[in-house]
Write a protein that binds this ligand. Structure first.
Ligand SMILES: Nc1ncnc2c1ncn2[C@@H]1O[C@H](COP(=O)(O)OP(=O)(O)OP(=O)(O)O)[C@@H](O)[C@H]1O
Ligand SMILES: [Mg+2]
Length: 647
């Protein structure tokens, strides 16, 4: 919240500062420390099955593709075993036949045939793999596209209260990281995991079919591989979590330093912050190096165990040597069998190595889904009721009836709890009346006007427009009937005209210019290089604060709303421009109900009534003259400002 300028307030008028003292005095650093929220690292889904089923729901429209991809994978895992079998045949029939034949040409043509078959098979597998990868990638991407759109639409409807509480970074992570994780899992984890399992079963079956004794020998290192895999994945997952935590800490620091670069420079915090960044960067690096060590141990170990299986097969066959002059090895079968097993051992251990990885991926994706679903499950607190009334024709009478409001999720119980930001507000504003809210910083003025267009909802009492509670109106039409200029003008990155048209893209160029003329923005816009097409920059950063405020004001009035809420709409504008602008605003306010919040009392001279708000309650209400003669808060404020101006 910005502080008003140039206003002296009596001591008693200002709320005591509620900020706790910061030990060590590193205020800035502690502030930035808080930017990272650990709930983003939830690792396990509490309801995996339900979450998984809901996730599958997103794939339902593409079930044909997913089904096709799974079928292709099954086919591929079957085909992968054909090559070893063909090699076995080649060796046993033509390279080292059990009964050597005299016909060399027949042997060679047989070899050529098998070689061609192997080549053809590999090409065929490549083609199938291509189709499978494309199918599953299409399904995954489309499903995630739908989910991302759903999250965006939901975020648009979620209440302001929810968005106040959830930092932008956390919500961004939902739309980016979490979705990526799920997509990756659909493409690499889930379907491939099925295929891994099937491959294992098929390879095992093929091996048993060829020679069950050799198959058992090949399985000897399996328990060791499984054990190493489990130990590694527990360690690796812990390290990944730590890496993510360190990366987030580094990112949060980076982000706040870049977006707050002016303040960092201004307060000479560069060097201090650089040292801190180096520290966070180093932490992140060290954590990664630890992880690299994990991997560097794991992969050679399982590789070794895989090769061990082959060695065991070789030893077993060496133990039972081939009969002299024959390619038959007792217990092991033919020479071709041994060759086939060398291939098959690799086919078997490759999925064993990746299975644990896939399992992890699925767990992580479930955690990501859980976070996304909990976001999607958050109901929009404020929405239109069925059969809502259209607000476009309202006359503009506004009434606050016994309104109590708290920003806390659980409203306080006792009336004197400081959690109440507004306390028992009763006020009736006639159609076409112009009323000003004045009062000290933090007294609740902004909060009060935000109840009119339902940015928030009061916990007790109600706000009525034309005698009907605001929640009975259709939300869209209600917000359209009300023009609001926020205290902090927020523009978007389009052109000036786009920004003025924000509430109604159908506004003509004339209407846009008319609005700009009213708020006296036209002269400065015409001096810009591209005039109304001039880009405003991210958050309007290419304009001055006062210019931003003028555009925001033009945006509020451009679509001719019945009710105007102006929250310090001219606070950043120089007195000369303001005087010109006031005239325009006065014209705009004719025949409309308007609530104006202002700290500079000179700007509210023309209003019909003034309400003084203090600690969330209306303390004085009346015309300027009435309040002056009352000799209360308003009179004191007025005297102070008047003497300020005089000196
Ligand atoms: N989004 C929010 N969440 C929680 N508390 C809030 C929020 N916005 C304001 N408050 C609290 O509500 C109180 C009233 O704030 P409000 O913005 O209504 O004051 P104001 O009268 O508009 O002040 P100013 O003159 O500085 O604009 C303040 O004490 C503030 O700390
Ligand atoms: Mg305010």
């Amino acid at each position: 919240m910005r502080h008003p300028r140039g206003i002296a307030c009596p001591e008693w008028f200002i709320r005591p500062a509620a900020l706790p003292p910061v030990p060590g005095g590193k205020v800035g650093d502690r502030l930035m420390e808080n930017a990272f929220h650990m709930d983003d690292t939830v690792q396990r889904s509490p309801r995996p099955v339900r979450t998984f089923l809901r996730l599958l729901g997103y794939l339902r429209p593409y079930r044909g593709w997913v089904f096709g991809a799974v079928l292709l994978l099954l086919l591929l895992s079957l085909l992968a075993n054909l090559v070893p079998v063909l090699v076995m045949r080649a060796i046993d029939n033509y390279v080292a036949p059990l009964e050597p034949s005299r016909d060399k040409t027949a042997e060679i043509s047989g070899l050529v045939r098998i070689s061609l078959a192997i080549g053809g098979l590999i090409l065929f597998q490549a083609a199938l793999r291509y189709v499978q990868v494309v199918l599953i990638a299409l399904a995954g991407n489309r499903a995630m596209h739908a989910m991302r759109s759903e999250i965006f639409a939901h975020l648009q409807r979620l209440s302001v209260r929810f968005l106040d509480r959830n930092p932008a970074g956390r919500l961004l992570a939902r739309v980016t990281n979490d979705i990526d994780k799920i997509q990756q899992t659909i493409v690499e984890g889930f379907v491939a995991g099925i295929s891994d399992l099937v491959t294992l079963a098929v390879v095992l079956g093929v091996m048993m079919w060829i020679n069950w004794k050799l198959a058992l020998v090949m399985l000897i290192p399996l328990p060791a591989v499984a054990l190493v895999g489990i130990v590694f994945h527990v360690r690796a997952q812990r390290a990944f979590l730590e890496i993510r935590r360190k990366a987030a800490a580094m990112l949060a620091w980076l982000q706040e330093n870049i977006s707050g670069h002016r303040v960092v420079r201004l307060f000479q915090a560069n060097t201090r912050h650089e040292t801190e960044f180096i520290r966070r960067n180093r932490d992140h690096r060290d954590e990664w190096l630890g992880q690299v060590r994990n991997f560097a141990v794991y992969f050679p170990t399982v590789e070794f165990l895989g090769v061990l299986a082959i060695v065991l097969i070789l030893f077993y066959t060496g133990w039972n040597p081939a009969r002299p002059g024959s390619a038959y090895i007792p217990g092991a079968g033919t020479v071709g069998t041994v060759f086939a097993f060398v291939f098959l051992a690799e086919n078997f251990y490759a999925p064993v190595r990746t299975l644990a990885d896939r399992y992890n991926l699925i767990l992580e994706a479930l955690a990501s889904s859980e976070r996304i679903f909990s976001l999607l499950n958050t109901p929009p607190e404020i929405q239109s009721v069925p059969g809502a009334i259209d607000a476009s024709g309202v006359r503009g009478e506004i009434e606050f009836h016994g309104v109590w409001f708290s920003y806390n999720e659980q409203p306080p119980v006792h009336d004197d709890d400081p959690g109440w930001i507004l306390r028992n507000i009763n006020l009736k504003i006639a159609p076409g009346e112009r009323i000003a809210f004045v009062g000290p910083t933090g007294s609740g003025k902004t909060t009060l006007i935000q109840l009119v267009n339902r940015l928030y909802a009061p916990q007790r009492g109600s706000v009525l427009i034309d005698g009907i509670p605001v929640e009975k109106y259709d939300l869209r039409s209600l917000r359209r009937a009300i023009g609001m200029a926020l205290q902090e003008p927020m523009l978007f990155s389009g052109s000036i005209a786009d920004n003025i048209r924000f509430g109604d893209p159908g506004l003509s160029r004339e209407q846009v210019e008319q609005a700009a003329v009213r708020v006296h923005a036209h002269p400065f816009i015409m001096r810009l290089e591209q005039q109304y097409s001039q880009p405003c920059g991210e958050r309007g950063s290419l304009l001055s604060t006062g210019q931003r405020q003028q555009i925001a004001l033009a945006r509020a009035i451009a679509h001719n709303p019945r009710i105007l809420l102006l929250d310090e709409a001219t606070a950043n504008i120089d007195s000369e421009t303001e005087a010109a602008l006031q005239q325009g605003i006065l014209e705009v306010m004719r025949n409309r109900t308007a609530i104006v919040v202002a700290h500079r009392l000179s700007t509210i001279r023309h209003v019909d009534r003034i309400a003084v708000i203090h600690h969330g309650a209306i303390r004085e209400l009346g015309t300027h003259d009435e309040l002056l003669s009352l000799g209360g808060i308003y009179a004191t404020l007025y005297q102070l400002q008047f003497s300020d101006t005089a000196s």
